[in-house]
Design a protein around this ligand. Structure first.
Ligand code: F6R
Length: 619
C-alpha cells in the first residue's frame, strides 16, 4: 500500500529498451496504489546518476522529463503518496545525499527522522526536502565518509531507523547493485534473465519474470543482475548482528494473472484492505503523537467540538465524540455532515468543527466545514488524502496513514480514523489535566497494540466469519446492538452488511431495542451484540436474554472475560479483553469479515456494490 517502489538492475542483452522506459512501465503498473508524485534515478554507462522527479501523474511527468529516453543499466523508480511533506517536486523521490551519488526511494515512515535529521544537520548535511526519507541517503553518506563500503554503510543506516520501511537504494560508487531493506512495508525480489528486480508488488515486474522471493521484516541486502544477497538483522540487547539468509529455498513461481496480482492474490480489494489493517494502524499510530499534537493543543483550550462525517466516517465521529466527553471533559457532538446546516446557526467563535472524511472530498462534509468556517469556527480536517479538498479548506489538517482504499466499502480507513481520533481525544484529555500522564500512557499503549490484535483477529475470525456467512446469506434482516462505544461499532458492522451484502441490517442502542425493534424478532432472526468491555456485560446480558426469548439467533463480538454473556451466544467472535479505546478500534474487524463473506456467498461483488460510489461529490 501507499508508495510504489521499483528497482531494476541489468546486464548487456537484458532488453533493447532504455531503462527509463522500463522503470516508467513498472511504475504505471503500480499506479493503482495511489500517488501524487513520481520519480526515477538511473546510473548511466557514462557513470552519471540521472535523477528526474516531479509532482504529477506518471504519463505527464514522464513526457515532460523524458523518462522513455533515459538509458542506463541500473535504476530505481517511485510513486509517492505524501505522508511527511506536501506533494511537491522537492518532496518527490528519489532523494539523494549531499554529493548526489546515493539515491533512495522509500515507502513507509521513519519515526525517528527528526532526531536523525538534527544530527545530520549538525554534521553539515544539507537537506533539499521536508521528507523523512531524505535522512537515509545522508546517513549512508555519513557512514561512507568514515570508511565503510556502501553495503556496510547501508546496513549501519538501517540499524538506526525506527518505523516502517521498504527501501531501494543505488550508489554511483558501487554501481551494479540495488540495496534494499524491509520492515512492515511489502518488498519483493524478482529473478529475471540478465536482470533482477525489487518492487513493492509483483505486478511491477510480472511481464519480465514470475520467479520471486518475498522478503520478510528485518531483511536487507542487495541484488545485482546475477546475484541476490539477503541478511537478517537481529538485535540482542544493545548490539546488532546480521545473519546470512539462504533465499534459494524461498524462490516461488507466481501463478497470478495481472488482475489477481493487483489484488496481491486476494479475490477482492475489500479483503486485501481488511488484511492491510495491521499495517494501516501501525503507520497511523506510529505518526500519531506528532500528527495530533498541534490540534490537541487547540482542543485543550476549546469549549465545544462538533464532529462532521458521512457513512463510515460518521461512525468514527460518534466514537470520538464519546471519547472527548468521557476522557477530556470536553463537550463534543457527532453530526451526519449532510445534516450539519441545522446546527450551524448555533456555532460561535471559539467552537471547533472537525470534518472526518477518508477521501477528503465528500461534498456534504466539505460544505459543513466551509459553512462552519464562515461562521468563525476553527475547522480541522481528518483525512487519508494529503491536499484533498477538505484538507485544503480547513484551518488545520491531520492525516491517517491507511494508504489508498480502492474497495467502495471503507474498512482500513475506519479503523485508522478511530485509532487516530482516539489518540487525539486522549491527548486532549491529558493536556486538559483530566487524565494523568500515566493513565494516558496506558491508553496509548493499548492503542499501539491494536495492529497486533487485529493481525491475530484476522487469523482467528476469518474461518468463523465465513462459516457464519453461510447462514447470513439466507437472511434478509438483522439487528446490530451495542451500548456506549459499542454502538457506533455495531452501526459500522450493520452498514457494511447493508452496503455490500444487501441484508437489511439495523443498529440500535441495545437498551432501546425493547422499545419497538424487538417486535420484529422471531425464530432465527440474527441479532449481533457488540460488547467492548467486561463492564458492559451486565447491562447487555439482559438484552441478549430478551432477544433470545423471542427466538433470536444471538451473535456476539465480545471480550473473552464476558463469560456469562458468551454463554448465552449462539455464535461468538471471542476477542481479547482490551482497554475500551482499543476495543473500539479493533472489534469491528470480525463484522467486516462477516459482511464480506456474506456478500461473496451471495455471489455479489463486494468491491462494487450497486448504487454506491467511492467518493460522493453530489449533495
Ligand atoms: C461506507 C462508505 C461510505 C463513506 C462515506 C464518506 O463503507 O464507504 O459510507 O464512509 O461516503 O466518505 P468519506 O469518508 O470519503 O467522506
Amino acid at each position: 500500500m501507499v508508495c510504489g517502489i521499483i528497482g531494476i538492475t541489468t546486464e548487456e542483452g537484458f532488453t533493447q529498451e532504455p531503462l527509463g522506459k522500463l522503470i516508467k512501465d513498472a511504475l504505471k503498473r503500480l499506479e493503482y496504489r495511489g500517488y501524487d508524485s513520481v520519480g526515477l534515478a538511473v546510473i548511466t554507462e557514462e557513470g552519471l546518476l540521472k535523477i528526474r522527479k516531479s509532482k504529477g501523474m506518471i504519463d505527464a511527468v514522464s513526457q515532460r522529463l523524458g523518462f522513455d529516453s533515459i538509458s542506463g543499466f541500473n535504476g530505481i523508480g517511485h510513486t509517492r503518496w505524501a505522508t511527511h511533506g506536501k506533494p511537491s517536486d522537492e518532496n518527490a523521490h528519489p532523494h539523494t545525499d549531499c554529493l548526489g551519488r546515493v539515491a533512495v526511494v522509500h515507502n513507509g515512515i521513519i519515526e525517528n527522522y527528526k532526531k536523525l535529521k538534527e544530527f545530520l544537520i549538525g554534521e553539515g548535511h544539507r537537506f533539499a526536502s521536508d521528507t523523512d526519507t531524505e535522512v537515509i541517503p545522508h546517513l549512508v553518506e555519513s557512514f561512507k565518509k568514515r570508511g565503510l563500503s556502501t553495503y556496510e554503510a547501508f546496513k549501519k543506516t538501517i540499524e538506526l531507523l525506527e518505523g516502517a520501511y521498504a527501501l531501494a537504494m543505488i550508489d554511483l560508487e558501487d554501481p551494479g547493485k540495488i540495496f534494499f531493506a524491509k520492515k512492515m512495508s511489502p518488498l519483493i525480489i524478482g529473478l529475471g534473465n540478465k536482470g533482477n528486480f525489487v518492487a513493492s508488488d509483483v505486478v511491477a515486474f510480472l511481464n519480465h519474470t514470475r520467479r520471486v522471493i518475498v522478503l520478510v521484516d528485518g531483511e536487507a541486502g542487495y541484488i545485482t543482475p546475477r546475484e541476490v544477497v539477503v541478511e537478517r538483522m537481529v538485535r540482542e540487547g544493545g548490539s546488532v548482528r546480521w545473519l546470512p539468509v539462504d533465499v534459494e529455498r524461498r524462490v516461488r513461481v507466481v501463478e497470478w494473472s495481472p488482475e489477481m496480482a493487483l489484488k496481491e492474490g486476494y479475490d477482492f480489494f475489500m479483503l486485501k484492505e481488511i488484511h492491510e489493517q495491521p499495517y494501516a494502524l501501525a503507520s497511523t499510530l506510529s505518526a500519531a503523537n506528532e500528527s495530533v499534537s498541534d490540534v490537541a493543543r487547540v482542543l485543550a483550550k476549546s469549549e465545544r467540538v462538533l464532529l462532521l462525517g458521512a457513512g463510515t466516517s460518521y461512525h468514527a465521529t460518534l466514537i470520538t465524540a464519546l471519547l472527548f466527553r468521557k476522557y477530556a471533559n470536553l463537550w463534543a457532538e457527532a453530526l451526519i455532515s449532510s445534516e450539519s446546516r441545522w446546527w450551524l446557526n448555533a456555532l460561535s467563535q471559539g467552537d471547533v468543527v472537525i470534518g472526518v472524511s477518508q477521501s477528503g472530498e465528500t461534498i456534504d462534509t466539505l460544505r459543513g466545514i466551509r459553512e462552519a468556517k464562515e461562521r468563525g469556527a476553527l475547522t480541522i480536517a481528518v483525512t487519508n488524502v494529503v491536499e484533498s479538498a477538505i484538507a485544503r479548506e480547513a484551518d488545520m489538517a491531520i492525516y491517517i496513514r491507511a494508504g489508498p482504499e480502492i474497495g467502495v466499502a471503507a474498512t482500513k480507513t475506519f479503523t485508522s480514523q478511530v485509532a487516530l481520533l482516539s489518540y487525539l481525544a486522549i491527548k486532549t484529555g491529558e493536556l486538559r489535566s483530566v487524565l494523568k500522564p500515566s493513565v494516558a500512557a496506558n491508553i496509548y499503549n493499548a492503542l499501539r497494540e491494536t495492529p497486533e490484535i487485529v493481525a491475530r483477529t484476522l487469523k482467528e475470525s476469518e474461518r468463523l466469519a465465513s462459516l457464519l456467512a453461510d447462514k447470513m446469506s439466507f437472511k434478509n434482516n438483522a439487528y446490530y446492538l451495542g451500548r456506549g462505544l459499542g454502538l457506533p461499532v455495531a452501526m459500522e458492522g450493520a452498514l457494511k452488511m447493508k452496503e455490500i451484502a444487501y441484508v437489511h441490517a439495523e443498529a440500535y442502542p441495545a437498551g432501546e431495542s425493547k422499545h419497538g425493534p424487538i417486535a420484529l424478532v422471531e425464530e432465527g432472526f440474527p441479532v449481533v451484540f457488540v460488547i467492548l468491555s467486561k463492564e458492559e456485560e451486565e447491562l447487555i446480558k439482559s438484552n441478549i436474554e430478551e432477544m433470545k426469548a423471542r427466538g433470536a439467533y444471538a451473535i456476539l463480538v465480545s471480550p473473552n472475560n464476558a463469560e456469562e454473556a458468551l454463554s448465552l451466544a449462539d455464535f461468538s467472535f471471542v476477542m481479547p479483553a482490551l482497554h475500551e479505546v482499543a476495543s473500539a478500534t479493533s472489534y469491528v474487524v470480525p463484522l467486516q469479515l462477516l459482511a464480506y463473506y456474506t456478500a461473496v456467498k451471495k455471489g455479489l461483488d463486494p468491491d462494487k456494490p450497486r448504487n454506491l460510489a467511492k467518493t460522493v461529490t453530489v449533495f
